[in-house]
Ligand binder design. Structure first.
Ligand code: UD1
Length: 373
């Protein structure tokens, strides 16, 4: 009998879960197909980088991701502490379990830490969402992307810009496979359910008549000055159009610390709430007049949904959401003007990029199986 292929799949932080879900389904489908003689044994590893119910468990439940086989329970810490803890704990698992390949997604600390461990043990690594670059090394994620892509054996990219970045960095062409955007598989799979829940109504919002805001990047929320200016802008915006703003734990902590949490009585149309689940997030993005964010995932989801998106960052590692999609970069200085343009109906019209078609997870599994041989 053919020996099973053991794939260790890594997830750790919120944006990883919607990328792992369709891959787990593709593996399940592969194993159920009688024509596939060589079965796959998935080993799902949660590093524990995110641990709150709203940041982790809620996504496992909504997306029907099986419980992780292993939880490394690393929790929060400085970059060095968190990365090191993941490495120490993941190395033990690799030595015990001896996976044939390690599959990592995205650009969080868990992605880089597990890639380093696997590479040093001589275990092959496939990186899903390879090749994205913001060219801004002040972003922790950019360092994670560079290290992960330098070490990975199979680079699975979502868009042509990613291929170009990797080729420019000297990655051999044979390692690069453009497969499309795996997050869009999850979006297509769950959009109907999200629409049926109409989450905007829970916040007292009307379709097309509110702004969906998310912010969590250290550059926006860690400094008092930047966060103060942002909150002043949001208060002004909420007088034109109601705002729904679920708070990432990092953002909530800083708003409290700097005394910037808005008084509901003073700003009744600025609705701050706990982090929302996956259905709620895509449902809110779908029906919003526009989205204002610094999230990578929402830039992509709004492009697919054709909801106008303003990204409060000086750069993006996802330029296709600007060149093809509905995204536009903004800053505190240009924000009010960019908002007014959308409110006047001068919003960007976008298209859905090639291969963002709901079939990416199947293409990824094919490429991994081809590489295994
Ligand atoms: C991480 C990722 C970022 C991703 C984001 C999505 C890195 C370097 N950053 O940033 O790329 O966009 O996740 O959310 O990997 N906390 C909680 N509960 C949790 C998790 C975190 O309260 O479940 C708090 C802790 O105080 C922690 C802080 O949030 O110190 C930041 O968490 P951390 O995982 O370090 O970074 P994120 O900002 O979440």
């Amino acid at each position: 009998m053919n020996k099973k292929i053991k794939l260790a799949l890594i997830c750790g932080a919120r944006p990883n879960f919607m990328k792992i879900a369709p891959l787990m389904s593709a593996i399940d489908k592969h194993n159920r197909n009688e024509n596939n003689k060589r079965k796959i044994e998935p080993l799902l590893i949660h590093t524990g980088q995110h641990y709150d119910v709203q940041m982790s468990d809620a996504f496992f439940q909504q997306l029907h991701i099986p419980d992780p086989d292993v939880n490394l329970e690393v929790g929060s810490g400085s970059h060095a502490v968190q990365t090191a803890e993941i490495m120490i704990r993941f190395e033990k698992i690799c030595l015990q379990e001896k996976p044939d390949w390690v599959i990592v997604v995205g650009d969080v600390n868990s992605t880089m830490a597990c890639t380093l461990v696997a590479s040093k043990l001589g275990i092959k690594v496939a990186h899903i969402e390879a090749g994205l670059r913001s060219f801004d090394r002040s972003m922790p994620e950019e360092i994670n992307r560079l290290v992960t892509d330098a070490l990975a054996d199979l680079l699975l990219t979502p868009s042509p810009d990613a291929d170009e970045n990797l080729l420019r960095e000297g990655v051999s062409k044979e390692k690069i496979k453009r497969v499309g955007n795996i997050m869009i598989d999850t979006l297509i799979m769950n959009l109907e359910k999200a629409r049926s829940l109409a989450p905007h109504r829970q916040y007292g919002m009307k379709e097309g008549e509110y702004v969906f805001v998310t912010l969590h990047r250290p550059a926006n929320v860690d400094g008092k000055e930047a966060l103060t200016a942002i909150m002043q802008n949001f208060a002004a915006l909420s007088q034109k159009l109601p705002v729904v703003f679920p708070l990432h734990p990092r953002t909530e902590k800083n708003l409290i610390q700097y005394g910037l949490m808005p008084e509901p009585n003073h700003h009744p149309n600025l609705k701050l709430c706990k982090p929302v689940g996956y259905f709620e997030s895509i449902g809110l993005a779908d029906k919003a007049r526009f989205v204002l964010t610094d999230s990578g995932g929402l830039q992509e989801e709004t492009t697919f949904l054709k909801t106008p998106c303003l990204t409060l960052r000086p750069n993006t590692e996802r330029p296709i959401t600007i060149t093809v999609g509905t995204n536009k970069l903004t800053s505190i200085e240009t924000l009010q003007n960019d908002i007014d343009m959308i409110l006047e109906g001068k919003q960007k019209q976008g298209m859905v990029p090639e291969l963002w078609d709901g079939l990416t997870s199947g293409r990824i599994l094919n490429e991994i199986l081809k590489s295994i041989g």
